[in-house]
Ligand binder design. Structure first.
Ligand code: ADP
Ligand code: MG
Length: 278
């Protein structure tokens, strides 16, 4: 792996779905680690008050909160994003941690004018100095998610292959359209990652087919991530699954996501032969 010579400016990617437990955090942690392992500098912005992304990567989120160095304080303007970053076991992957306090941002953002731009402006400097910023969204459709989408170049939707799971997709896509109209017209939908796939059950096969029939024409659908306890085990082990087992089920899909993100960054941000453009 060759280190990337000129870091930044970053491609900003949200992993979003208003349902919880669909694999957003798992996706962020593994894709972030894989990009870092390839030599890119990556910041994972944990925008879920449950702080799962940081905890999964062994970040001491309580210490960060005690020091008032979490996303809550960044959104308030009381801390700079750069001051809050915590290195993970691959130091090229750093976390901007969350804490339960972030839940208060929902109402605080609601009270501000032009609040949908807050995260975008708070990340502006950081964006110039790293290669990728991944935003782990909370399982809501509130202000934190709007802020994440306004700050993003592209959005990836992890979605369980279960009948009720992809019913919320229409609502999420409406919010993406809303954000495009509200000042981020180039926000793209990178694709859907089907998760928790039990390929031996006819129900999951049918749901995956349904997903392709409904969205496959207009949205890229990645190969499904199998349902395996290796993922929860890796969070107990304090690192991304790929760090323990690069050949684990689903890692191939994350690798495709990584390749797509690198291509998207090259296409949007670093025109061939022109070095870094701002
Ligand atoms: P979200 O961030 O959307 O709430 P998570 O990524 O935290 O979802 O996943 C929810 C739980 O499911 C976690 O405990 C995680 O380890 C586990 N998990 C994630 N992906 C898989 C998978 N493919 N198979 C089995 N368990 C998984
Ligand atoms: Mg999560």
């Amino acid at each position: 792996v060759l280190p990337v010579e000129k870091p930044g400016p970053a491609l900003v990617v949200s992993l979003a779905n208003q349902k919880g437990g669909v694999g957003k955090t798992t996706g962020c942690v593994n894709v972030g680690r894989m990009l870092a392992d390839r030599g890119y500098s990556v910041v994972l912005v944990d925008s879920d008050p449950q702080a799962n992304a940081g905890i999964h990567l062994s970040v001491d989120v309580v210490a960060c909160e005690d020091a008032e160095k979490t996303l809550y304080y960044v959104l308030k303007g009381a801390a700079k994003a750069e001051e809050c970053l915590v290195e993970t076991r691959n130091p090229r992957l750093r976390v901007l941690p969350s804490s339960l306090k972030l839940a208060e941002s929902e109402t605080e953002l609601a009270a501000q004018q032009f609040s949908h731009n807050t995260l975008r402006s708070r990340l502006a400097d950081l964006r110039r100095s790293v290669d990728f910023i991944l935003i782990d969204c909370p399982p809501t459709l509130g202000h934190l998610v709007t802020n994440a989408l306004v700050a993003s170049d592209t959005v990836l939707i992890p979605c369980q292959t279960q009948p009720l799971a992809f019913m919320g997709m229409g609502t999420l896509r409406k919010q993406i359209d809303f954000v495009r109209e509200r000042g981020n017209p180039t926000l793209s939908l990178l694709g859907i990652v089907p998760t928790f796939y039990s390929g031996r059950t006819t129900q999951d096969q049918a749901t995956l087919k349904d997903m392709h029939d409904t969205y496959g024409q207009e949205v890229h659908i990645f190969p499904p991530i199998p349902n395996t306890t290796l993922y929860p085990q890796s969070s107990a082990g304090g690192d991304a699954l790929v760090a323990f087992n690069a050949k684990a089920p689903g890692i191939g899909t994350f690798d495709l996501v990584v390749q797509t993100l690198i291509a998207e960054r090259d296409r949007r941000i670093v025109p061939a032969g022109h070095g870094v453009m701002t």
